[in-house]
Design a protein around this ligand. Structure first.
Ligand code: PEP
Length: 252
C-alpha cells in the first residue's frame, strides 16, 4: 500500500550543473535504497535531466518535477506542460514552493497547477508556510489560506492524491530546522484545516515537513513531529546523506 509509506522528497532545484553528476547522484540513491520497506523516495531534478533519469523509477523510488504549466499544449514559449510529464514516468510535482511564490506565484495560479497535475494523474506536493512568525498567530491564517487557496475546487475523490509540504520559509536553507514540537503543532493545524474541507477523506493526505532537514535531526522530526515525510533541499544533492536520512525514516 503506497499511501501507508512515508514520503521523502528531494528537491534538487537548479542543481547540479551537469548531467554526469545528476546521473551519479541518482545512481547512488537507486542502488542504496533496494531494501527500503516503509519509505517512498521522490527525486525531483531540473526538467533538463528528467528524460535521462526516468530509469530511476523502481518500487521504492519515484520521479518528480519542480513545476510546470497548467495548459496542456500550445503557444506558451519556454513552458513545459504537466501533460508532457507522465510519459517520462513523472508521478509527483512540487508546487507553490516559496522560491516560486517569491517569483510572483500566488494561490490562484498554484491552484490551477494543482488541478492540472491531478487531471494528468500525478500527485501535487503543495508547499505552504509562513515567511515569519508573529505573536498573534497571523501565520496560522496565512497557512490556512495557502491550503484552502491551493486546493480550491479539488474534488474529494482526488484529495488522497495530494501531498502537503509544510515549509516555514525561515527554516529553508537555514542552519537549524524547526523544533519538532512546533512541527507537530503545524501538522495538527494543517490536518484540521484539511478535515474542515474534506472530512474524513482528508486523513489520506500526507503532510510533510521541510526546512533544514539533515541526518542529525531527521529522527526527532519524524518521531516527535509526527509528519508523514520530509521535503529536502540541500541534503538531497549529497547522495550519501540523502540515503542515510531515508534509512533513518525507514527505521521509525
Ligand atoms: C527547500 O528548499 O524546500 C528546503 C527544504 O531546503 P533545505 O532542505 O535546504 O532547507
Amino acid at each position: 500500500m503506497k499511501k501507508a509509506k512515508k514520503l521523502v522528497v528531494g528537491n534538487w532545484k537548479m542543481n547540479p550543473l551537469d548531467l554526469d553528476e545528476a546521473k551519479n547522484i541518482a545512481g547512488t540513491v537507486k542502488k542504496s535504497l533496494k531494501n527500503i520497506k516503509k519509505v517512498e523516495t521522490v527525486v525531483c531534478p531540473p526538467f533538463i535531466y528528467i528524460t535521462s533519469l526516468s530509469g530511476i523509477k523502481s518500487p521504492n523510488i519515484s520521479l518528480g518535477a519542480q513545476d510546470a504549466f497548467y495548459e496542456s499544449a500550445g503557444s506558451f514559449t519556454g513552458e513545459v506542460s504537466f501533460a508532457q510529464l507522465p510519459q517520462f514516468k513523472v508521478e509527483y510535482v512540487i508546487l507553490g514552493h516559496s522560491e516560486r511564490r517569491k517569483m510572483g506565484e500566488g494561490d490562484d495560479l498554484i491552484n490551477k497547477k494543482v488541478r492540472s497535475v491531478l487531471v494528468e494523474g500525478m500527485s501535487p506536493i503543495l508547499c505552504v508556510g509562513e515567511n515569519t512568525r508573529d505573536q498573534h498567530g497571523e501565520y496560522l491564517n496565512l497557512v490556512r489560506s495557502q491550503v484552502v487557496g491551493g486546493l480550491r475546487d479539488v474534488p474529494k475523490k482526488l484529495i488522497g492524491d495530494v501531498v502537503i509540504a509544510y515549509e516555514p520559509v525561515w527554516a529553508i536553507g537555514a542552519k537549524e530546522a524547526m523544533r519538532p514540537r512546533e512541527v507537530h503543532e503545524m501538522y495538527i493545524f494543517i490536518k484540521k484545516v484539511l478535515r474542515e474541507l474534506y472530512g474524513i477523506s482528508a486523513d489520506s493526505v500526507r503532510v510533510l515537513y521541510g526546512g533544514a532537514v539533515d541526518v542529525g535531526n531527521t529522527e526527532e522530526i519524524i518521531r516527535d513531529g509526527f509528519v508523514q515525510g520530509l521535503l529536502i533541499g540541500r541534503e538531497s544533492l549529497k547522495a550519501k546523506n540523502f540515503v542515510e536520512i531515508i534509512k533513518i525514516v525507514d527505521q521509525i
